[in-house]
Ligand binder design. Structure first.
Ligand SMILES: *Cc1c(COP(=O)(O)O)cnc(C)c1O
Length: 393
């Protein structure tokens, strides 16, 4: 790929294929359609092997042309450790070890690097937890002003980390959806003066950061794909990124097949698992708005796996598509299963948050569907000190 091409990275609309310059302050197409990036990744293995361990070693696969723009803490290349779960061994990527305590740093590093490369001075983002912390940390590192919108009811513990990075907090009354609407209104007010929406669910640069999870797993397995992945599915920030990453590796002929993706939802908030079971072709319109007849969770936000309690994920269609195309499926786990998995992992010395235990709780169900020798990869998504009051006693 020529440098000239790489320097003109474009957004491409999922609804009508229209292209928009990557320098635009936008998070959606003119028709409201969700955006992807037009970008081709390359994997020069000898160059990669000669670089320090970290997510930026896959340099030619990341859509940030200029090195000077990179905002990084030297993060990534987390260990991939065999862990015994319910009598079987799975490979668990230690994503709780990121600078802000979750894999969201992968997305934030690429997204905020892009923001710096196009001269953004102020970003807004909505999150009640780890995405907000990650964006706030990378903005602090980049010297970009940052404002995080959160639901008024968010627990004070979660706000402390965001505030400590110097971000300002906007507490919005009402639901999580009301917070999202408030931040979109702010970002859209007037593109020339208003803030850039550093969204982890809308902005495709975020997914081009989380895709490095796939590159690292592949390299750590000797440039081979595992047989199956067990991934969390709320907004799908890791799931969509991992699917993208493995698709890029296949397109570049590094691997010839992609792993089956098992997407995990808490039984108490499982809109996508229900849509999949019902064989629904789609759950949202082109703008990511949840369809009136798509399933909604009966009990909301009442799972201990709060990080994946997303009732109406904007990229729901993409998550369904990624899982179906991979030959995988959806798995639901109930509250006692999540709590047991959380305790089992902390008792083995892994300090993780309850949301991270959901994927671990799904291991026996996934194992029962696969041949015994299948190589299964999952992750610890967030650090236990994110929610110390929820650690097993
Ligand atoms: C963000 C996150 C997830 C996955 O959630 P998505 O909404 O699917 O992106 C899982 N665990 C933790 C700790 C997270 O922060």
């Amino acid at each position: 790929m020529s440098t000239a091409l790489k320097e003109r990275i474009c957004y491409v609309s999922r609804s009508d294929g229209r292209l928009y310059p990557g320098t635009d302050y936008r998070f959606a197409g003119d028709d409201g359609g969700l955006l992807d990036l037009e970008f081709e990744a390359a994997f020069p293995r000898e160059l990669i092997a000669a670089r320090p361990p970290g997510m930026w070693r896959d340099r030619e696969a990341l859509p940030v042309p200029k090195d000077e723009a990179i905002v990084s803490f030297g993060e990534g290349f987390t260990p991939l450790l065999p862990v015994e779960v319910a009598g079987t061994s799975v490979l668990v990527k230690q994503e709780q070890l990121f600078p802000s305590g979750s894999y969201k740093d992968r997305g934030a590093s690429v997204l905020i690097s892009h923001a710096r490369s196009i001269g953004v001075e102020r970003v807004v983002e909505d999150s009640s937890g780890n995405a907000g912390s990650a964006i706030a940390a990378y903005c602090a590192r980049a010297g970009i002003a940052c404002e995080i919108y959160v639901p008024e009811k968010t627990s004070p513990g979660k706000l402390a980390q965001i505030r400590s990075y110097g971000a300002s907090l906007r507490l919005i009354p009402g639901s999580r959806e009301d917070t999202a609407a408030a931040v979109r209104a702010e970002a859209a007010r007037d593109a020339s003066v208003s803030a850039w929406y550093a969204s982890h669910s809308y902005n495709p640069f975020f997914f081009h950061g989380t895709k490095t999870f796939a590159f690292e797993v592949c390299e750590q397995l000797g440039w081979q794909a595992p047989d199956a992945l067990i991934l969390p599915a709320g907004n799908g920030t890791l799931l969509i990124g991992a699917a993208l990453g493995f698709a890029e590796l296949r397109r570049a002929r590094v691997i010839d097949s992609i792993p089956a993706i098992y997407a995990v939802q808490a039984a108490r908030c499982a809109p996508l698992a229900r849509a999949h079971a019902a064989g629904l072709p789609s759950v949202t319109d082109a703008s990511g708005v949840w369809l009136a007849d798509a399933p909604r969770p009966a009990v909301r936000d009442e799972t201990v796996a709060e990080g994946i309690a997303i009732a109406t994920p904007v990229r729901g269609n993409q998550i369904l598509e990624a899982v179906r195309e991979s030959g995988g499926s959806f798995i639901t786990v109930d509250e006692p299963e999540i709590r047991d998995a959380h305790r089992a992992m902390t008792r083995c010395g892994f300090c993780i948050e309850p949301t991270s235990a959901a994927t671990i709780a799904a291991v026996p169900q996934v194992r029962s569907r696969l041949p015994g020798a299948a190589r299964v990869v999952t992750l610890f998504s967030g650090h236990g000190l994110k929610a110390p009051e929820k650690l097993p006693g």
